[in-house]
Structure formats: structure tokens, C-alpha cells
Ligand binder design. Structure first.
Ligand code: ATP
Length: 218
């Protein structure tokens, strides 16, 4: 079975995470997707919600979606007092599960284009495949020649490659475009008409009961 991890800050989780992931699962044949919240995101400002609140929102979001499982390994890892580097999470997964099981790491197109800022990014494919979801505003090609060559060298359109090899391929999926970001939600949370439908109702209610992102605590 191809194990799939979807890493992120999830501050908060929203339909831009869930809908492309569900579509990707159908496209590629994923039985399960493990949502992997990071403790200290290396590439961006620190989360506004604390880790308990981000975990609570993730749990609420996937309560009725058996495709998803919450994976707290990055939160619990020894490295959790410093930035969670994806490559170290993948190495830890390989130590535990061996080198032969197919493993995929899911990310949005924005993350793929930002990979050169990631710790040891060129070694990621030594541990997993990368499954890339489309994201509005981000093109399939990049002007970064090194990154583009790396993508071209490893890209496959054949889903069988993902299931039959443990690691090493990049797959650009045909997932739906969801124009949603956690930043937009945090910044506009009091604009109900704009934000309410961008995330699951249970998560929306939780944000309000906790007074998160500048909402008034109920
Ligand atoms: P922020 O706005 O705070 O930067 P975000 O909305 O990008 O957050 P993250 O938790 O950082 O959410 O994202 C986790 C992963 O999900 C990343 O790989 C990101 O590219 C992907 N992702 C997030 N939103 C979308 C979206 N709307 N469409 C496709 N992929 C997405």
C-alpha cells in the first residue's frame, strides 16, 4: 500500500487542504492520507493557534472523513523544540518502516516551487515520492533552472510508478483549484460571508468558541 503524508501547519485546516487531497486520493488510488501537523514550521511565521488547538481543529475536520488519519509523529518527535524538517520526518519514517514500502508526501504547487528553501530538498526523493496538488496562482513551471531540471528528471505521469517503487517520482496531479489559504482565513475571520464556507462547520465553530484569530470568544 502506498502510504501518503500531507504535512502542514493547518492554522487552521481548510477545504483547500481537504478537497484537493480527496480528489488526489481518487486520482492516484490512495486508501489513506495521514495529516502531519508540524510543531514549528521552518518556512513561515509561527502559528497563531497553539498545537492543542491545531490538533483539535484537525480532529474535528476529519471526524466524518475516514480517508484521513491524524499523525502526530512530528509533534512528538525529539526535534519538536526546533523547526520540523520534512526530510528528518521522512528519514524517521524509513527507519521505522524500512526502505521498500512506497511512501508519498503530498504538497501544493506553491510548496513545490518553494522547495529550494527546504532543508536538504534534493534528498527528499531518496525517501518518498512527491504528489503535487494544483493551487491557484502557481504555475506548473518555474524559472529556477535547477528546480525545473530536478522536476523534469523525476516527473512521471504513470500512477503505477508510485505504487511499484518506494520513492523517487514526482507526480503533478489534476486536482481541483481551491482558492483558499489559511492566511486569508486568519486575516478575514470576522468577514462571515467570505470565510464561513472555506472550512468545515465544526472547525468554524471551534475557532469561535476558542476566540481564535481575533474572533470574540463565545
Ligand atoms: P498559510 O496561508 O498560513 O501559508 P496554507 O493555507 O498554505 O497556510 P499550510 O498548512 O501551510 O496551509 O499548507 C499545507 C500544505 O497544503 C502545503 O503543501 C500547501 O501547499 C497545501 N495547500 C494549502 N492550501 C492549498 C490549496 N488551497 N490548494 C492546494 N494545496 C494547498
Amino acid at each position: 500500500m502506498l502510504t501518503a503524508l500531507l504535512g502542514g501547519t493547518f492554522d487552521p485546516i481548510h477545504y483547500g487542504h481537504l478537497r484537493p487531497a480527496i480528489s488526489l486520493a481518487n486520482e492516484v488510488g490512495l486508501k489513506q492520507i495521514r495529516l502531519l501537523p508540524n510543531h514549528i514550521p521552518p518556512h513561515k511565521p509561527q502559528p497563531e493557534a497553539n498545537i492543542e488547538q491545531r490538533l483539535a481543529m484537525l480532529s474535528l475536520a476529519i471526524e466524518d472523513l475516514p480517508l484521513f488519519l491524524l499523525d502526530v509523529s512530528e509533534i512528538l518527535s525529539e526535534a519538536s523544540t526546533r523547526p520540523s524538517y520534512t526530510v528528518e520526518t521522512l528519514q524517521a519514517w524509513r527507519c521505522k518502516n524500512g526502505s521498500q514500502k512506497p511512501l508519498a508526501f503530498i504538497m501544493g504547487q506553491d510548496s513545490l516551487l518553494g522547495l529550494p528553501t527546504w532543508h536538504k530538498w534534493q534528498t527528499l526523493l531518496d525517501y518518498c515520492h512527491l504528489l503535487i496538488c494544483r493551487r491557484p496562482g502557481y504555475t506548473e513551471h518555474t524559472n529556477n533552472i535547477e528546480l525545473q531540471q530536478w522536476i523534469d528528471m523525476h516527473q512521471t505521469n504513470d500512477i503505477k510508478d508510485l505504487h511499484n517503487s518506494p520513492n523517487g517520482y514526482i507526480y503533478l496531479a489534476q486536482t481541483p483549484l481551491e482558492d483558499i489559504s489559511a492566511t486569508e482565513i486568519r486575516q478575514n475571520i470576522n468577514n462571515v460571508a467570505r470565510c464561513k464556507n472555506l472550512l468545515p462547520p465544526k472547525v468554524w465553530r471551534y475557532i469561535h468558541t476558542q476566540g481564535l484569530y481575533g474572533t470574540k470568544k463565545k
